[in-house]
Design a protein around this ligand. Structure first.
Ligand SMILES: Cc1cc2nc3c(=O)[nH]c(=O)nc-3n(C[C@H](O)[C@H](O)[C@H](O)COP(=O)(O)OP(=O)(O)OC[C@H]3O[C@@H](n4cnc5c(N)ncnc54)[C@H](O)[C@@H]3O)c2cc1C
Length: 429
C-alpha cells in the first residue's frame, strides 16, 4: 500500500516537490527522515474504525482531500468489530458530557443514516432491570439522567408489565428505553466508507503511523508498511518509509491513539491521559430452538462496564456480555498491530451463569458457548469513576492541525457520526 501512496506522490510530484520542506538544521534522525519521500496531503485520518471512517466521510463530504492510514489489511478490525452493536439511547452519561451529547445526537444521525442508506438495523428497545430492591433507586437515577440528556420515551415499569413483555425475564421493576436499538456495524462502516471514497477519500491499508514531529508549523507524520513494522516486534526501532505533511491530522487510532500521541515529538506528554484496558468477553446462547428475548435486557451498570447484558443480533441470535477484565498494556508496536489477546476463556462462563440468572432464571446449564471479546480503551482504572471522551485540539496540546481522540469506548459506535460532525465543524472549517 505504501507503493500506492508513493505512486500518488509521483502522480502529483510537481505540486508536491515544490513544497518539500528542506530542514536547515539536520541531525541524524532528521537526515534519515529527509531521505524519505514526502507527500503533502490535506487531511490524514489515522485508523479506519467506525470513528475514523465517519470522520473521513464527513471531511470528504465537505470537499476536503482525505487520506486514511490503517495498519490492518482492511477497515474495522479493531474495537469496531468487537462490541455489542447496540445503538445506545444516551441515558448512562452525566448531563452535558461529550458521551451524553454525542450519544444522543449520534443515535439520531445513525437511525436516519441507516434508514436512508439501507444499513440493517432495528430499534428494538431496551429494558434495564432492577432485580434487587437496592437497584430500584438506581433505575430512578438513570431515568432522571436520561431525561436530562434528552432521551425520548423513558418510562419505569412495574415488574409484572416488563415480564409480560418478556416472559423469560425476572425483575422487580424495569426502565424502558424505546429508542435503543441494534445495528450491523460492518454494513454501517462499509456504507460510510463507500461514501467517503465516492467523495475522493483514499484508504491506505497495511500502513502504520509510527511517529511524528513538527517542523515549524508543519506536522510531519511518519508511516511505514505494516509488514516492516511486524519485524520489529520485541526488537528493533521501526524506521519511517514515507513522511506525510498534512494540514489536518485526526488521530482515531482507538487503543493506539495515546501511543501515537506520545510518539509525536512536539506534544507535551503531560496532556496525554493515562490509558487502561478492559477486556469484555461475550458468550452465545446455544442448544436452543427459540430465542428467549426480543428486547435488549441490561442489568444495572457495574464498575467498568454496563453489566453482562442480553444483546440480540439482527437475526434474533442472543449473546451475553461483555464482562469486565482489566488487562495490562502492550508495547507500542504490538498495540499498533492490534496484538491484544482476544481469546475467550471457557471458564469465564462460570461467572456469567449467576449474573445472567439474576434476570433470566431459566438459563440452562451448559448453554453458554464462548463468543468473542473486545477491549475498551479506557481513561480510568479499576474502581474509579468513568471518564468522558477526550478530544484534544491545539488549545490543549499546542499543535495546530492535530486532533487526538482518546478513550472512545462505549458509546463510541453510537456517537461516531456526531463525533465526526463535531470534528469537521470545529477543526475543518
Ligand atoms: C466490549 C465492547 C462493547 C462495546 N459496545 C458498544 C455498543 O454496544 N455501542 C456503542 O455505541 N459502542 C460500543 N462500544 C464502543 C465502540 O465499539 C467503540 O467506541 C468504537 O468501535 C471505537 O471506534 P474507533 O474507530 O475509535 O476505534 P477502532 O475500531 O479500534 O479503530 C482504530 C483503528 O486504528 C487502527 N490503528 C491502530 N494503530 C494504528 C497505527 N499506528 N497506524 C494506523 N492505524 C492504526 C486500528 O487497526 C483500528 O482499525 C463497545 C466497546 C467494547 C470494547
Amino acid at each position: 500500500m505504501l507503493r500506492h501512496l508513493l505512486q500518488r506522490t509521483l502522480e502529483r510530484s510537481t505540486s508536491i516537490c515544490s513544497r518539500w520542506i528542506i530542514s536547515k538544521k539536520m541531525n541524524s534522525q532528521s537526515q534519515l527522515l529527509e531521505r524519505n519521500p514526502k507527500e503533502i496531503v490535506d487531511c490524514v485520518v489515522i485508523g479506519a474504525g467506525v470513528v475514523g471512517i465517519a470522520v473521513a466521510r464527513e471531511l470528504a463530504l465537505r470537499g476536503r482531500d482525505v487520506l486514511v492510514i490503517e495498519s490492518a489489511p482492511t477497515f474495522g478490525t479493531g474495537t469496531s468489530s468487537r462490541n455489542s452493536e447496540v445503538i445506545h439511547a444516551g441515558l448512562y452519561y452525566p448531563p452535558n458530557s461529550l458521551k451524553a451529547v454525542f450519544c444522543v445526537r449520534g443515535r439520531r444521525l445513525l437511525y436516519n443514516y441507516c434508514s436512508s442508506r439501507g444499513v440493517p438495523h432495528k430499534q428494538i428497545g431496551k429494558l434495564i432491570v432492577a432485580t434487587g430492591s437496592a437497584d430500584i433507586q438506581k433505575l430512578n437515577v438513570l431515568l432522571e439522567r436520561g431525561t436530562e440528556n434528552g432521551v425520548e420515551g423513558l418510562r419505569i415499569m412495574e415488574g409484572f408489565e416488563a415480564m409480560r413483555m418478556e416472559p423469560e425475564l425476572q425483575c422487580l421493576k424495569a426502565l424502558l428505553s424505546p429508542s435503543s436499538g441494534i445495528v450491523d456495524t460492518h454494513s454501517l462502516m462499509l456504507s460510510l466508507l463507500g461514501e467517503a471514497e465516492n467523495h475522493g477519500a483514499t484508504f491506505s491499508y497495511n500502513t502504520t503511523v509510527i511517529s511524528g514531529h513538527l517542523e515549524g508549523d508543519d506536522i510531519h507524520i511518519h508511516v511505514s508498511e505494516t509488514k516492516n513494522i511486524e519485524k520489529c516486534i520485541g526488537g528493533c526501532q521501526p524506521q519511517p518509509e514515507l513522511t506525510l505533511i498534512p494540514n489536518l491530522v485526526v488521530n482515531c487510532a482507538g487503543l493506539s491513539a495515546p501511543y501515537i500521541a506520545k510518539r509525536f515529538n512536539g506534544i507535551d506528554n503531560g496532556v496525554i491521559p493515562t490509558s487502561y484496558y478492559a477486556r469484555g468477553s461475550y458468550f452465545t446462547l446455544s442448544n436452543t430452538m427459540s430465542y428467549p428475548f426480543r428486547h435488549l435486557i441490561y442489568p444495572i451498570p457495574e464498575d467498568g462496564g454496563l453489566g453482562v447484558h442480553v444483546t440480540l443480533e439482527l437475526d434474533g441470535h442472543v449473546k451475553f456480555g461483555p464482562d469486565v477484565e482489566w488487562v495490562g498494556e502492550l508495547d507500542y508496536i504490538s498495540t499498533f498491530l492490534n496484538k491484544f489477546d482476544y481469546s475467550v476463556c471457557a471458564n469465564r462462563a462460570e461467572k456469567f451463569y449467576p449474573e445472567i440468572r439474576r434476570y433470566y432464571p431459566n438459563l440452562k446449564d451448559g448453554s453458554l458457548e464462548p463468543g468473542y471479546a473486545g477491549i475498551r480503551p479506557k481513561l480510568s482504572g479499576p474502581g474509579k469513576s468513568p471518564v468522558d471522551f477526550v478530544i484534544q485540539g491545539e488549545d490543549i496540546h499546542g499543535v495546530r492541525g492535530l486532533v487526538n481522540l482518546f478513550g472512545i469506548e462505549s458509546p463510541g459506535l453510537t456517537s461516531s457520526m456526531a463525533i465526526a460532525e463535531d470534528i469537521a465543524f470545529k477543526f475543518a472549517g
